[in-house]
Each structure stands twice: as structure tokens, then as C-alpha cells.
Design a protein around this ligand. Sequence first.
Ligand SMILES: *Cc1c(COP(=O)(O)O)cnc(C)c1O
Length: 393
Amino acid sequence: MIKLNTNYANLKDSYLFYNIAQKTKAYLEAHPDKRLYRMGIGDVSLPLCDAVIKALNEGVSDQAKKESFHGYMPECGAPFLREAIRDYYFQKGIELDADEVFVSSGASDELGDILDLFDKTSTALVIEPAYPAYVDANIIAGRNIVHLSSGKENGFLPLPDDSIDADLIYICSPNNPTGAVFSKDKLQKWVDYANSKGAVILFDAAYEAFIEEDLPHSIFELEGAKNCAIEICSLSKTAGFTGTRLGYTIIPFDLKRGGISLHDMWVRNRTTKTNGVSYIIQKGAAAVFTEEGQKQIHENIAIYKNNAKVLMQALDKLKIWYCGGKNAPYIWMKCPNGMGSWEFFDYLLNEIQVVGTPGEGFGACGEGYFRFSTFGSPEDTKEAAKRLCELLG
Ligand SMILES: *Cc1c(COP(=O)(O)O)cnc(C)c1O
């Protein structure tokens, strides 16, 4: 009989969002007259911008005519989109070759698939609290995982130390769930650490477009990063592509281990395992990188950022410790009066009908913290902030 991958048995049930759904459902059944203010969502709520819709429609029309029809797309991405992304990096002061850009169907897909490059005896380091997929993808692959806890004392931005032995290092900055962003100096320490150990950094830049202060948008802003890092990014949060699906991955030509190019390995992987991303979607994605597209996506991001401001003002008034919000669409707060994450969740649900995400769901060191998302509607966010102030003030 075929032997199955027994690592699946080592996965913990992803009970976080299930549990939230169960609790909110039970509450609404018991209180049919109440409505909820959902500040827990990790999904965008605003529609795609006009420039993208126009380009998607053009893509559809192209597929209707013999002269402009596209069949299989190049596995690693359409040249027009790889070039648009190269130019976007160039504007940020980073020089890439268009062939160093790989188009993907999203960051989550890529974060799992990229593990094909590494031996399963390699060790993965996950800075916690973390996006649960980092841990789970490595459990499925049977890889040893080192959990590095972070906390209030280091602003949820821990630094490497030589006692840590890791081959594969996950860094998400701006961070989900904490909203914390590594400064250039701190990120440089991780780059230097990776180069000294021969490790590889997987840098998740899904929230780079939310940065407004002078902080690194890309790991390739740092000295030596092209020798040790892969950057994984996505249009999901930047441009509302969560349901449209498009991401991109940067693997520099200079990234080599044991004389072998990871870039060449990834080309080989993609040409085997995918037939590329839909022409229509790549057409829509390219519009994000036009002047008009950038202007429009930043108008949407400004709406989410204003939600963040409303929540931050409430927490400031309440003198509650938090991080994030300024350069990320998440606010990570300390639960008041020593409450636990789930205890605070129940308290907000029952008292003011506000739903957030318990920090414990992102790793043990998230216990005692709570995440608010700023992707909800401005009206609901204002009401939630008002209710928080009344309850905790
Ligand atoms: C939302 C999110 C992504 C984006 O994933 P997609 O698969 O591209 O939608 C990536 N990383 C983190 C940390 C996220 O929160």
C-alpha cells in the first residue's frame, strides 16, 4: 500500500479562524438583534482600482481575437510584467534584471512551493508571532523548526544571535500580525547573520506598500542581501488582488550555495511545475505599476491607513500599549488588565460586539496580545473605536 506523508499528523488544527467563526456565530444566534464590528479580517474590502479593471477588460478582449490571443504564457512570467516590476524596484533604488523577477499566483503559494529548493534536513527559523503558513508548510515538508519568540521588550523585532542555528530564515516586514517593521540597521544584522552562516532569508514583503516612514520596503536595499535573500511579494494587500491572485518573487542571480544558483534551480522548478499565470491577470497586474495604477492603489491604501489612525487614536487615549498601524494594516495591542487573548476576545464580543484576532493564534508568545485589522469599512472602524473607548476608558 502507498505510504502517505505522515508529517500531516504533526500539524496542529488551524483552530484560530475556525474558533472565531464558531464564537461569533454562537453570539449572533443568541443575540439576533445585534450586529458585529469585524476588525479581525485579513482580507481587503475595497474593489480593484479602475486602471486594473480597464486592463483586465483589455486582456479579455485580446483573448477574443486571433491576432491578440495568448495561449501558454512563459512559466516564469510575461516579459511585460517582469519588466514593469523591475522598473518598480528601480524607482526604489534597487537594480534588478527582469529575469530575476518571477511572477506567481500569490505569496502563499510561493512560500510553500519555494521549499522545493531546500533539503528537508535544513532547519527553518520562524520569528513569532507569525503568519501560521510559515510553520505549517515546514511541518508538511518534515523540516525542523526553530521558533524565535519576540515581545514588547524588542518591539517584536528580535535580532539574531550566534547561538541560533538556522538555514532558512523567515522575515515578514511590515509584519503580520504585529505591524512592526525592521529598520535598515536591524535588518542588516539579519542579512549579515545569514551571509555568515550560509543561510537563506525568505523575506515576505506583502505589506511593503503600507510603509510611510523611512524604512526598508525591500530586503535588497541592504548590503549583501543579493547573496542571501529571496523576496516574496504579492498584490493581494497592495492592490486588492486577494481574489484575483498575483504575486512575484525575486531571486537574484548572485544567490548561490555550494556554487549552485538558486535562480537557475527555480527556473527549472517553474518550467516543470507550472505553466505560468493567466495572461489576463498579468495584464491587470501590470496596470498596478503604471503611474495611474500607483495613484489609485494608494488612494485605497489611504482609506485603510485612515482606519488605522482612528484605532491608534483610541488606543492612545486609553494609554494602551500597541505597535503597528503606522506602516502596516495591523495594530497589535497588549490586552488590558492582564487579560488573556481569548478572554479579551470574548470580552469585546460580548460587551461591544467588536471582533478582533487573539494574538495567541500566531504563536505562544502572542498570548496576552490582540490584533486589529484595518481592512474593514471606515464606518465600522469608527464605531468600533468609539465602543472601545467607552468600554475601556
Ligand atoms: C496576506 C499575506 C500574504 C499574501 O498572500 P497571497 O497568497 O498573495 O494572497 C503573504 N504574506 C502575509 C504575511 C500575508 O499576511
